[in-house]
Write a protein that binds this ligand. Sequence first.
Ligand code: FES
Ligand SMILES: [Fe+2]
Length: 387
Amino acid sequence: MTKMYHQLPVDAYTSQDWFEREQRLIFSRTWSFAGLVEDIPEPGHFLTVQAGLNNIFIVMGRDHRLRAFHNICRHRGTQLIRAVGKTQKALTCPYHDWTYDLEGNLISVPDEASEFPQGVDKSCLGLKPASVDVWRGMLFVHPDPAAPTLAEWFGEVDPLLGPHRPEELIEYPDTRNAYEIKANWKIVVENYIDVYHLSHLHSNTLYMYDHAKAEYGWKGPHYHFWEPPSAEYAENLETNLPTPRAIPEPHVGAWVPMLFPGIGIGASEDSWNLFIVKPLAPDLTRIETRTKLANVSDWAYQKQQWKSAGFWKNFGGPKYQGADASGADDPMTSGDFTSEDIFACEQQQKSLKSPFLEIGPAAVGESPIVQHQRAVLDFMQPAKDPT
Ligand code: FES
Ligand SMILES: [Fe+2]
């Protein structure tokens, strides 16, 4: 009998076959986060992103328009460009130097007359287009050049995501980070949307918000969540905020949606954070984080830090401490909620291969987990498998 993890078979979290089907049926058929608009500021700037089975790059043309292409040379398929960079006016494949302009047209084939005596019809050998779109200051790509727009994809959930305008905030330099979690990407997402754990795993690290008053739900495959500040934090909120306000008063609270698939946002009165979940293997997930804050002077930051120091001085602490703690690097003694989450995800993944695993009842605050599993299942339906 297939062992189940709520709605999904345990295999969904452990097998290479599921992983590959998800890459094909979910991550190759949805919008992938690619970066922030400021990552491509001028003509010739480009970046690449993996969207399921597809490596795609975005480049700004000489006309200042963003275009996305499949990063596949039309000669023998070599990836044309790597990572992030800037070119003057053309993209040259490293293998045989076929060269494309910023609009994706093949413009030069070396030794064309001697190597291709029949000629090369360059007009049929342009780069294959993908879709690129911008939403709330973020760049996304979709492998399908005719994909529905981001306005359509996120339209219904957008009004529930808070009043932040990320394009007007500035990136906080040290927060651009990436790390790996030894767990399936769905374990990571399920942890992110598990409302039940907030008061428990994070009993000492996230209590500036009132989890009992959280409001959450779904719009299509996208999860939305908001919770108000706790009474203690709210009492002197404008003083207690660690950094200057990023949204106007009177908006308060934490908006922590998880957009499908694996695009987490954590936004509050004073910050806007991205938490991008990228599956690397059935039991390995990469997280990329970026943070934006109010675009105000250093002096404003300094003042806010002084004002709030009193509140934060006595705030938080580890969940466990003292003689029971297993040592200085025990994540549960870190007092850091991200370390607590990583620890919980990795501990959970470890049990998935045990024949004794049997999942207990889901709490009300875990209902988002079951909903997410349904969204995954919906994309995995064989009827929707084009191959
Ligand atoms: S594979 Fe790109 S030029 Fe040959
Ligand atoms: Fe958490």
